[in-house]
Design a binder for this molecule. Structure first.
Ligand code: ZN
Length: 150
């Protein structure tokens, strides 16, 4: 909400959208991005992640468990394809579309408890999270970033 002179409020839609790189289905509903996940015991469940990059709050059913350090499998809840990044088996890949309709590749760790997120755009890479130093694929020069595959 933005306050406009004169006392009127307008709701400005500045939201980012998140889509599946396979089916382009919208992954964000309300305040969360929805993923179908599978834990180390191969139990399936749903995980909701906060859409703000660097905000690691998440929601899941309390009976669906995974432990710190587990590698959780992420799938698109619409087309069921794996969202595992091909560049690193520990990373998940989705596409973020910003309010200017510009696309960014988002990568984040699928190791439970690990905070590493990378936003890859034409302009370069933005790293977020205390463990982002662990993945070095993104230390390329900006010229090379455009050749980075999913
Ligand atoms: Zn999909």
């Amino acid at each position: 909400m933005y306050l406009v002179k004169g006392g009127f409020y307008i709701l400005q839609i500045m939201e980012n959208h998140y889509v599946c790189p396979h089916c382009r289905g919208q992954l964000k509903v309300g305040e969360y991005i929805i993923f179908r996940i599978r834990n180390a015991s191969r139990d399936k469940g749903l995980l909701l992640l906060h859409p703000e990059i660097g905000n690691y709050s998440s929601m899941k059913h309390p009976q669906f468990e995974f432990r710190e350090g587990d590698r959780v499998d992420f799938f698109c809840p619409i087309c069921f394809q794996s969202l595992g990044a091909t560049i690193d088996e520990n990373l998940v890949h989705v596409i973020m579309i910003d309010s200017k309709q510009k696309e960014h590749k988002i990568y984040f760790s699928r190791i439970a408890g690990e905070r590493s997120t990378y936003q890859v755009s034409d302009e370069g890479v933005r790293e977020t999270g205390e463990h982002s130093y662990r993945y070095t694929h993104f230390k390329l020069s900006d010229n090379l970033i455009q050749y980075l595959n999913t």
